[in-house]
Design a protein around this ligand. Structure first.
Ligand SMILES: [Zn+2]
Length: 487
């Protein structure tokens, strides 16, 4: 059908058909498109006798705008035109506009399809459901209705996984010994072969075994709607062992736990150890989050999570100064720093710009090399990866360095605004930002008694804010405060 249309187009337009290339409907990535590659090779080696490449419509040629135009430009250099049998566009400006719109439409449709898939996966994940192949130790429940878990424990492997975690957590033996023991007990991978050290390591680091679904890329961390194989505590101990921190520090796990941002950061006033956070299950099966001191012989403090969070919020609120006389000094210091850094930055941007330009050129050459057959797919992939990474880095440097004087003003305004609202911002921040904010405000952490935070220790940051005895006139010109910015 598509071929007939193309042939018809050729005969109406006086083109002789030299060769027909047919591609499977499902071909999507450059790698799948062997037939397309063949076409390009054919065009390249016979370009002198080829006037045009005719295709059914633009989506048959490419569903990626940049790819479409790259290939088009490449063929044009070889004297070959692109023609769509079912879409009438030519070289006139109107024709080019139409072509661009059609290509963009194809790209858009493709993106929408991908987007819908991804949104579906995100929604699924938020519901506590797993999107991929079952991890070793679990089995997928095919077509589990929404609201039901789509993972269940694999009766054969789950107990072994559990044993492996617990053995490693106990500190009784090294990772390789644990794996050897589990293998002896019959733990096997999907292929039926014993697990590699690497796979086992991955398993030990994967929160899914404690029942958590984590996607750092999408910023999603939720309890899975399936039965965990191990407890949070065991998982935490394993992470500590893997991080080589023993029992003293719980940093590794804490940084990932979205439920208890104040864990470890807040210490028990009596014994000085960081609080832990966990859930207790009430009579009706409801789970209550709380913080407490777990040190044997102390166990001085215990708060419901909401109470401690509320107290923390109140503390930050109380400590922030009402008096804003320090603000001019704050501004002046920031501007000073900015001035010093401005010159450096200009240089860095310049360097990054040159690098971006040269890398972009290189990247085009790599595409050309693939298209004219100088590179095979593997070489192309490797080269593209190398240049792509370098380009990304250079682009980041280029944009990172671009903070203008205007932006400094904006940042100062923002800083002032933020100081006013630090307490509220902590409350609405993401888990990782909560940690950043609380650590910035209280670099040495906080201690808590049964009565709460109290007022005993005001941290350095707040002390400076309170103690800045600034005469506004010493910094501001009579007409108001004029920033000492460069011309
Ligand atoms: Zn204690």
């Amino acid at each position: 059908m598509q071929e007939a249309k193309c042939r018809e187009y050729c005969s109406t337009n006086g083109l002789e058909v030299v060769r027909v290339f047919q591609e499977k409907e499902s071909a999507k990535t450059i790698e799948d498109r062997a037939e397309f590659q063949e076409l390009l090779t054919f065009c390249t080696s016979n370009h002198k006798s080829i006037a045009a490449a005719v295709f059914y419509d633009t989506t048959r040629w490419s569903r990626e705008t940049s790819h479409y135009h790259n290939v088009k430009a490449f063929l044009k250099r070889k004297g070959i035109e692109l023609r769509a049998a079912t879409q009438a566009f030519d070289d006139s400006p109107a024709g080019e506009l139409l072509e661009s719109i059609l290509v963009a439409q194809g790209t858009f449709d493709n993106r929408m399809r991908m987007f819908k898939t991804i949104e579906g996966m995100k929604a699924n994940l938020r519901l506590g459901r797993w999107n991929h192949q079952a991890p070793i130790g679990y089995r997928i429940v095919p077509e589990a209705p929404a609201g039901q878990p789509n993972l269940v424990q694999d009766a054969e492997r789950a107990p072994l996984i559990k044993q492996g975690f617990e053995l490693y957590a106990s500190g009784a033996c090294a990772k390789s010994k644990v794996l050897a023991q589990m293998t002896q007990l019959g733990l096997k991978g999907k292929s039926g072969r014993p697990l590699s050290q690497q796979t086992f390591d991955k398993i030990l680091r994967s929160p899914i075994y404690a029942g958590w679904l984590n996607s750092p890329t999408w910023g999603i961390a939720v309890r899975g709607r399936f039965q965990a194989i191990i407890t949070d505590d065991v998982f935490e101990q394993v992470q500590n062992r893997l991080a080589g921190t023993g029992d003293g520090s719980r940093q590794a796990r804490v940084r990932e736990n979205p439920d208890f941002p104040l864990r470890v950061f807040v210490k028990c006033a009596k014994c000085g150890q960081g609080l832990t956070g966990s859930f207790s299950t009430g009579r009706r099966g409801k789970r209550y989050p709380y913080y407490c001191c777990r040190v044997k012989g102390c166990r001085e403090v215990k708060f419901s999570r909401d109470t401690l969070h509320h107290d923390f919020h109140q503390l930050v609120y109380r400590l922030l100064p009402v008096d804003r006389s320090f603000m001019p000094l704050f501004h002046a210091v920031i501007r000073d720093v900015w001035n010093q850094k401005h010159a450096d930055r200009q240089q860095r941007v310049q360097r990054a710009k040159q690098e971006v330009a040269s890398l972009e050129e290189k990247s085009q050459k790599i595409i050309d090399a693939l298209l004219d057959g100088t590179f095979d797919k593997a070489t192309y992939e490797t080269q593209r990866e190398i240049v792509g990474t370098a380009l990304e880095k250079a682009r980041i440097q280029q944009s990172e360095a671009l903070i203008s004087a205007d932006q400094v003003e904006c940042l100062l305004e923002f800083a002032e605004w933020m100081l006013d609202r630090a307490a509220g911002i902590w409350e609405s921040a993401s888990p990782s930002n909560k940690l950043r904010i609380q650590e910035a405000l209280f670099p040495h952490g906080l201690t808590v008694t049964r009565e709460g935070f109290g007022t005993a220790s005001m941290p350095l940051f707040f002390r400076q804010l309170h103690e800045a005895p600034i005469e506004e006139t010493s910094l501001a010109s009579p007409g108001g405060f004029e920033p000492p910015l460069p011309p």
